[in-house]
Design a protein around this ligand. Structure first.
Ligand code: PLP
Length: 455
């Protein structure tokens, strides 16, 4: 049996359920990324830092629903806030404005240096989509720019050069726009400029050539949640965009509340024009938000934006406002649990302790791998990191290709068997619920995994 197959020994019920699911759900998964070979592990309970699968195996969870669950599974304060909201309201949703929308908007304005006004969406994907639409309307140019390897949700405009095949990716200093899915119209490839992350000279060269066409740059200040932008790079991009009349959008869906309460923009001291948020903001429920300068955000007002638009005269004649809708936008239960989560994070030293814990785990893992002479580094910031099996410094998408992913994958399957959950090759996100005992068990499991792989 190879390693991938033998997870099936402990997860027979998962395998059976997956077979059934495949009859009615393509691939048996509700998002392509949820597939793992030979079959996903089907979970049925969560508690604090732990997940339990349908065969009653226990896992220390480092996926945390792709980083959303910063307080762990089922935190009592978060649970209670959602339930109390429903009990008090006597309903799940009003379909009208309600108080919590303003409470949460005020909270985001107070925490995020660049945010003066807020709109809510139901996912991070919708948030980046809306930010891009607002930026396109405001700046009135035909293209957007994004960085190679950066993920902003699974829709046409940004599902470009996220994980491109090396052959297709082109020159590292002027990457090609490579669609990542079937069904993406050519329009998006033609109208997306792809930039190399953490390479300011190459980015500047491309931007100076394309400035007249590019409305906005969208970027993850920390690529994939774990490769930080260099301080000089992110400052340089801010200066360039200001000089060239290009809006700057920070996608803080992952970094929001995880690098600090004010996200990456607070820790870097760099102010974007628009910010997309999600994940932690919903306390485990579906959510997204955009925020930004009043001058730009006012474009979204139904009162009309005739006087606000600075460009795009022909559009202005047809539409006097930028359309944004969503049956569930600003859902009260979601906002209640999100607010309860933020309140937990606002308590003294909560985030510092989370970062300390994360750093300790990173150090111990690095020491362990070093003891076995396996080239390894942890790459990350705040409460997220990834394990990269390479000595070279990792600054962007191309650098990631230097890592030994086949060994990492073998170790990840061993770790699944040993009760450490993250998707193979995925990053590690920590929560306030992870205990010292969890960290100890995690390091021991890595030791065992290394021993097993080296046998
Ligand atoms: N942007 C970033 C940086 C993300 O990490 C994600 C999700 O992983 C998204 C956008 C999309 O968010 P959602 O999955 O809530 O649509």
């Amino acid at each position: 049996l190879n390693r991938q197959e033998y997870i099936s020994n402990n997860t027979a019920t998962s395998r059976d359920l997956h077979e059934k699911a495949q009859e009615v759900i393509p691939g048996g998964v509700t998002a392509n990324i949820k597939h793992i070979d030979p079959h996903p592990i089907v979970m049925e309970k969560g508690n604090g830092s732990k997940l339990y699968d349908v065969d009653q195996n226990e896992y220390i969870d480092y996926l945390l629903s792709y980083g959303a669950l910063i307080a762990g599974h089922g935190h009592p304060a978060v649970f209670e806030a959602a339930m109390e909201q429903m009990r008090e309201a006597g309903t799940t949703i009003f379909g009208t404005p309600h108080r919590l929308e303003t409470v949460m908007a005020e909270k985001l304005v107070s925490l995020y240096p660049s945010i003066e006004m807020v709109r809510f969406t139901n996912s991070g994907l919708e948030a980046t989509m809306l930010a891009i639409r607002a930026a396109m309307a405001y700046a009135g140019k035909s293209k957007i720019a994004k960085f190679e390897g950066h993920y902003h949700g699974g829709y046409d405009q940004v599902l470009m050069s996220v994980n491109p095949d090396h052959g297709a990716a082109g020159d590292p200093t002027s990457p090609n726009a490579v669609p990542e899915s079937l069904g993406i119209p050519d329009y998006y490839q033609e109208n997306t400029v792809v930039l190399p992350f953490n390479d300011l000279d190459a980015t500047e060269k491309i931007l100076r050539q394309r400035a007249d066409e590019v409305s906005a740059i969208i970027l993850e200040p920390v690529q994939g949640g774990f490769i930080p932008a260099d301080q000089t790079f992110i400052e340089g991009v801010r200066d360039l965009t200001e000089e060239l009349g290009i809006l700057l959008i920070f996608d803080e869906v992952k970094t929001g509340f995880r690098l600090g309460l004010g996200g990456a923009q607070e820790s870097y001291g760099v102010t974007p024009d628009l910010t997309a948020l999600g994940k932690v903001l919903g306390g485990g429920f579906p959510v997204g938000a955009i925020g930004g300068k009043k001058e730009i955000m006012d474009i979204l007002s139904p009162a009309g934006s005739r006087d606000i638009l600075t460009a795009g005269a022909d559009q202005r004649a047809k539409h006097d406002t930028l359309f944004h809708s969503g049956t569930y936008n600003g859902h009260p239960t979601v906002l209640a649990s999100g607010l309860a989560t933020i309140e937990l994070l606002e308590k003294d030293r909560t985030l510092e302790e989370l970062f300390d814990k994360t750093n300790r785990l990173r150090n111990e893992l690095e020491e362990l791998y070093q003891a076995y002479n396996i080239p390894m580094q942890t790459v990350g910031l705040g409460s997220i990191f990834n394990i990269i099996l390479a000595d070279d410094s990792i600054k962007n998408y191309r650098d990631l290709k230097k890592a030994d992913t086949s060994l990492r994958k073998e170790l990840d399957y061993e770790l699944l068997n040993l009760g450490i959950y993250t998707k193979p090759l995925n990053r590690y996100s920590l929560s306030t619920a992870h205990s010292e005992e969890d960290l100890k068990r995690t390091v021991e499991a890595h030791k065992q995994a290394i021993e097993n792989v080296m046998k």
